[in-house]
Design a protein around this ligand. Structure first.
Ligand SMILES: [Zn+2]
Length: 332
């Protein structure tokens, strides 16, 4: 078993596809790796890159880890390896970067193996840089493999997608997810993490490493207090406004999942499969107080907020509105 599959067992079939390219000597000139956040797309691409760069990769192992190429790759200084990603999350990959890449690729590789380019968050290419990159794909250089990585392949121009071999990493089922968590050294809260990470083991690890689970508990407690008018919505909105971007994203996801669970509970008096199985008693209590039609409206409103989170809106106002509506829903 190769190291990548040992560490990230859910990547088994994805790795097989990449390995087959190598065995059949059909390395794609452009490869598009897609899949949700937290599935290890980048780790897989880097591992594949190492394999292609290794100068003794005829061995059974994917890469030897000892040759000059492997050592340079490990040190992050391999001359035939180029890594590109947006300077900051949410920023575009500009045309200057792609022009520079094309100039580099016009030169010969320094070593005798492949040359590998990884473009992470490839959907961040803007129109100009995507067009420049497309021109490269129309006349790619030999023995070069460009790996594009994205969570949202549909945001890449169809003209680029059609020139790539595709590898979509699917979300593992819970059995494989649990094996993955074990490999990552996580043994607690598996069921909850499966739901909160939507099945992405590396995201689950991030959630369990940081204080995110505690944050979820605190947010839910306060949301409950507001339903019982034990807390002022302005104070709570101010608290939530201070959350980092990623945390605010989690919070909106949780709010939506709480409301979805309440809608489910209002249809089934018997216990049903909930996202938030650990909160069932409190959610059941809340359902008794709420009107289903209004709950649906609130759900639509939360979805809208989730879409707007990345635009330049006033986050504090958004949370105030979310909490005012929640408060109203409960005070009928
Ligand atoms: Zn090597």
């Amino acid at each position: 078993m190769t190291d990548i599959v040992k560490s990230f067992p859910w990547l088994q079939s994805s790795w097989s596809q990449l390995e087959n390219y190598r065995i059949q000597n059909r390395i794609p000139q452009a490869l598009l790796i897609s899949g949700y956040k937290g599935l290890g797309k980048l780790q897989l691409a880097e591992y594949f890159a190492n394999t292609l760069l290794c100068s003794s990769s005829q061995s059974a192992e994917a890469s030897c880890g000892k040759c000059a190429s492997c050592l340079l790759f490990k040190a992050g200084t391999h001359p035939d390896y180029i890594f590109i990603e947006p300077e900051e999350e949410g920023k575009a990959i500009g045309i200057a970067v792609i022009r520079q890449l094309i100039v580099k690729l016009a030169l010969m590789p320094q070593y005798d193996a492949y040359r590998v380019v990884i473009i992470n968050s490839a959907d961040s290419l803007n129109n100009a840089s995507a067009n420049a990159f497309l021109k490269y794909l129309e006349e790619p250089t030999e023995r070069t493999c460009v790996v594009l990585i994205t969570e949202q392949p549909s945001r890449l121009p169809a003209t680029i997608r059609s020139r790539c071999q595709k590898l979509n990493i699917s979300t593992p089922d819970q059995i494989v997810f649990n094996i993955g968590l074990k490999q990552l050294g996580i043994s607690d809260n598996k069921d909850l993490l499966y739901v909160l990470s939507q099945g992405a083991p590396l995201l689950a690890k991030q959630l369990s490493d940081t204080s995110v689970l505690k944050l979820r508990t605190d947010c839910f407690k306060n949301w409950l207090k507001l339903a019982h008018s034990e807390i002022c919505f302005v104070d709570l909105a101010e608290q939530w406004h201070k959350l980092a971007r990623a945390e605010a994203g989690f919070l909106l996801f949780w709010l939506i999942s709480w409301v979805v669970d309440m809608i489910k509970l209002s249809y089934h008096k018997q216990p049903v499969q909930l996202y938030n199985q650990d909160l069932i008693t409190d959610l059941q209590d809340l359902v008794q107080r709420l009107d289903l039609k209004n709950l649906y409206k609130y759900y639509d409103f939360l979805l809208l907020c989730q879409h707007r989170l990345d635009t330049q809106l006033n986050k504090q106002l958004m949370f105030e509105e979310i909490l005012i509506q929640w408060s109203r829903l409960n005070s009928r």
